[in-house]
Write a protein that binds this ligand. Structure first.
Ligand SMILES: [Zn+2]
Length: 182
């Protein structure tokens, strides 16, 4: 186990009940679909908004326990993976940083996504981004840390893909201090 692994285990969050989280998440998504009369794009936006609203508390807790923040966009590759492990007890299967003509972005792939474990959506929901909350949390963390970006779930295991992939893109880094002053 490398240094990163040791840090992650030492600072593991208190054990959450995953079944409770899955049940709550599923109920919220059901409600969102109902409120939007089954409109999938609108529901995907709302699922992301739930994640964005969750982010400040998660970021504050993560800061108090780990105090490790990204100072450049590229560093979110490791810090968000560590935050994921801090909360779920496991890392992503694969995290990829890309910087080419398509721009600067990071892909977080999980073949055993905790949020949609045992969830199989019926074909009419194949475009539903069941784990878009994760994209929302990541995007809001990016914003709170002074970056302008885009977040989205690219594919979802609950909708039949072999893994869940969340993407965050950097539009620009805002000129703010990287020191945490709280
Ligand atoms: Zn998932």
């Amino acid at each position: 186990m490398g240094i990163k692994g040791r840090i992650a285990w030492r600072f593991m969050a208190e054990k959450a009940n995953l079944t409770l989280l899955q049940a709550l998440d599923g109920a919220i998504i059901e409600l969102i679909l109902k409120v939007n009369n089954g409109d999938i794009p609108k529901s995907n936006e709302d699922i992301m908004q739930v994640g964005r609203s969750m982010a400040p508390k998660l970021l504050a807790k993560f800061h108090d326990s780990v105090a490790k923040h990204a100072a450049s966009f590229k560093e979110f590759k490791d810090t968000l993976n560590l935050a994921y492990k801090y909360n779920f007890g496991k890392e992503f299967t694969k995290v990829t940083y890309i910087n080419d003509e398509g721009g600067e972005r990071i892909l977080y792939e999980d073949k055993e996504c905790p949020l949609c474990r045992e969830v199989t959506l019926s074909p009419e929901y194949k475009d539903l981004k069941y784990c878009n909350t994760i994209a929302g949390v990541f995007l809001e963390v990016l914003t709170l840390r002074g970056f302008e970006g885009i977040g989205r779930e690219i594919q979802c295991k609950a909708a039949g893909a072999e893994s869940c992939i969340t993407e965050i893109r950097c539009i620009r880094e805002l000129p703010v201090s990287t020191e945490h002053t709280a």
